[in-house]
Design a protein around this ligand. Structure first.
Ligand code: ZN
Length: 131
């Protein structure tokens, strides 16, 4: 049921990539008028969130707040050394759901969907499932 779309996304060292237009492209292609969109990020140091699309300072502040909440700690045991990125990815989450109504994504005026990179730069994957 529904349709699965997969995209490659080139990410910065740490930061947000607005993927709302990709989601809208999938919606138009699918022809779905009423249903749900699930966005899923298949990574352990990246995530997806919905937040403000108007003032880019909000993205900067989100990253700053997350870095203050999850700083590097010599007590971390993970040998790869990127435990803060794992913590941020877990807290922000690997998926979001958006309602589809009358052929449009139900998002607030100031909302956009963001791919969140916490351990880049990398080429990442992002899935959109519409049903
Ligand atoms: Zn790791």
């Amino acid at each position: 049921m529904g349709k699965l779309y997969s995209f490659s996304i080139n990410t910065p060292k740490e930061g947000f990539v607005n993927i709302t237009s990709l989601a809208r492209e999938c919606l138009v292609d699918s022809g779905i008028r009423d249903g749900f969109l699930v966005v899923f990020v298949p990574h352990t140091t990246a995530a997806v969130t919905i937040n403000e699309n108007a003032d880019p300072d909000v993205q900067t502040d989100l990253l700053l707040g997350l870095s203050k909440a999850f700083p590097a700690d010599p007590a971390f045991r993970h040998a790869e050394g990127n435990s803060p990125a794992h913590l941020k990815a877990s807290v922000v989450g690997s998926s979001v759901t958006v309602m589809i109504d009358k052929g449009a994504l139900v998002l607030g005026t100031w909302q956009a969907i963001y791919f969140c990179e916490f351990d880049g730069p990398r080429t990442r994957k992002c899935y959109f499932k519409l049903a």
